[in-house]
Write a protein that binds this ligand. Sequence first.
Ligand code: KG4
Ligand code: ZN
Length: 347
Amino acid sequence: MKDGKILTMGIESSCDETAIAVLANGREVLSNVISSQISIHTVYGGVVPEIASRHHLNNIPFVFKQALDEAGVSLDDIDEIGVTAGPGLPGAVLMGAAYAKALSMASGISLVGVHHIQGHIMANLIEHPEIEPPFLSLVVSGGHTHIIQVLGYNEFKILGCTRDDAVGEAYDKVARVLGLGYPGGPKVDALAKEGDPNAIEFKRVYLEKGSLDFSLSGTKTAVVNYMHNAEQKGLEVNRADVAASFQEAVVDVLVDKTMLAMKETKAPYLVLAGGVACNSRLRERLEKALKEKGKKLYVPSPILCTDNGAMIAAAAYRKAREGKYSTLSLDVFPGLNIETGLHKLEE
Ligand code: KG4
Ligand code: ZN
C-alpha cells in the first residue's frame, strides 16, 4: 500500500517475454517492464522452450529490480504478487512461478496465481474503466483462439475455440513461408497493407452450422501449398497479395463467428484480447461490424496486447479482491482451462 493505493505486482514468463509490472488500484500502471527474447529465438524461426526458460532465469532478477525502481516503490509497498501459473511452456511458466513463490515466502506478501488468458482479457480494464462483466471477449494470441463469455471478473464460459492452430500460430507459419521471419504476425499485417485482399481465394473453414469453434490449419496449409506450387512452377508470387488474402480469410471467419456469438449472448460490447489484437485489419473489420449493430469494440494499447506483467497484475488485483489467493504450494498448469480456473483446482 502506498499513498492509500493497493499495489499489485504482476509477473509473466509463460513464453518468450520476461515481464514484471506494478499497478496501483488495479488500473494505474506504475511500471511495465518487458524483456523480450525475440532476437534470441529469431534464428530458430520460433520459440525454443529450453532456451526461453534459461533466459527467464537469468533475466527475472533484473526485470524485478527495474519494475520496482521505475514504479518508485519498494517490495514492502506491494500488497499482492500475481504470477502466471498457466497455460504456457511448462519450464518457462515455472521460472516466474518459482520466483513469485520465493518473493512471497521471503516477504510474507500474498501470492495470486493467474490464468494467462484471464490476464489478456483483464488488460482491457486498465485503460477502459467502464468495462464491467458480463461481456464477450475474443482472445486471439500465439497460443489461443477463444470466444469467451466473461460472466464475472473470475467467471468465464468458453463458447468456442480453435480445434487446431491458434490465429497467431497460423500468422507465424505464413510469415515463415513468405520469408518474413519471426514473430510473423506484425510483419504479415504490415505487408498485407500493400496487397489486394481479394487477389487469392484462400479456404475459409466454418465447421458445423452455428459452431463457434475455429479451424485455421486448412487456411494456413492452403497458403503453404500456394507458395510451394508457385515455387515448383517457377512462378513469380506477389507476396503482399498472399499476405492480404490470407489475412482476409482469417479475419472473415473471426468476425463472422464473433458477431454470431454477440447476437446469441446479447453482449453489450466486445473486448478484444491477446497479441493478435494488435492486428490492424481485425480491429478495423470488428469495429465496423459492431458499429453496424450499434455496439462498441474495446482494445488495449499494443503494449498491453502482447504478453506483459500489467495484464497479470490487473487479473491478480481482481482475484485478490474476491479473496482468491494462492498458497506457497502453487503449481503450474501448462494446459490450464480458464473455465475451471486456477482457484477451483487449488481449493
Ligand atoms: O499474446 P501473445 O504475446 O503471446 C501468446 O500468449 O501467445 O501473442 C503473440 C502472437 C504472435 O503469434 C504474433 O505473431 C501475434 O501475436 N501478433 C500479431 C500481430 N502482433 C502480434 N498477429 C497479427 N497481426 C499483428 N499485428
Ligand atoms: Zn499471451
